[in-house]
Write a protein that binds this ligand. Sequence first.
Ligand code: GLA
Length: 390
Amino acid sequence: MPSPQKLKDLEVSCREHFTRIFETPPILSASAPGRVNLIGEHVDYQDGLVAPLAIDRHVVASAAPLQEKKALIWSSTSNQPPVVVDLNPNHPLKAPDAWANYIFGVIACYRAAGHDTGGLAIAIDSNLPSGAGLSSSAALESATALIVEEFSGNHLPAKERAQLCRKAEHQYAGVPCGIMDQMAVNCGLKDHALVIDCRTLEITPFTLPAELSMVVVDTKVKHSLADGEYAKRKNDCVKAAEILGTQMLRDTDIEQLKQKQNQLGNRLYRRAHHVVSEITRVKDFTAAMKSGNPKLAGSLMNASHASLRDDFEVSCPELNTLVEMAEKLEAIGSRMMGGGFGGSTINLVHSAKVNEFTDQLVKKCREEHGWTPEAFVVSAVDAATLSEFS
Ligand code: GLA
């Protein structure tokens, strides 16, 4: 299992990249973690409950202000010359590269909210894989947001920052995501998972027992369906809620679903069934964790996977294979995570068996299925932060 670059080293390397690319040192840097979600999938945009945590993999942004009203953006991932966008009010604020719109989107949304940055140069570095379902987009947005706040002199509370970042993702990256990822990245707490009520944004942290480890297993695939299908699932939920006479599926229950089963039809019934049952599973999962019953919590993770696979239809063969293999290797719980159609699974494993679990899973997958996933242990860390260079 290769260990990721440590956050301190990542900050140093980002600072060095900045100095080399822009021929001047940065004055500050922001680091934003990725997230995993233990349970509560595809419910955030129906006002549901989710249980994510910020993880020890980060996106780092180093920055300095510029005289000219331009944004110059460079990323170690693309390693191309900096993308340049004119920030003068008369110019349309849209970046030529898709990835850069995550950054410009944040700058633009802060400007629209009255927080102007002036010109700035930003260099991005990361040890958080993108496309793995670990919220590298929300991390990129949040690191940018912290820099924009510092340069504009307006500091927002973490939850407001999360909302602004989500707006940027909707408007500039064109992804109609919920609020879970941005909340986890901006409100993460070391050694804790968070139950987030996506209606009120109230957060209830809880700890995981030390004898349990969290293992991410990245399929390293992303099926082309991923983006369009997310919006379709969201629309299905809206239609189902309409038929059920409610704004959000959070406000209904399985009994009401059964009563309207005929009107809903097979597909919408199953979509709504996933959302309603998943919200209950989040409550049961946290209760099981609090009462020291990880076995029950693990079985709820597996039930969540089955529901996402069969009712919500957002899994894929590679994710299903990993979950089945994890069950055979005696994971306490295993499920797909994030939007679906690729990305990663999250697994709860006894800490004493974690090396054996990851080694066996990767080896067996290669031998029995002919492809090689990447498995790594993650731990819960604090939210995105800013550090100024002296
Ligand atoms: C993506 C979105 C989140 C959430 C998950 C599914 O990660 O960004 O808002 O909807 O999918 O739970």
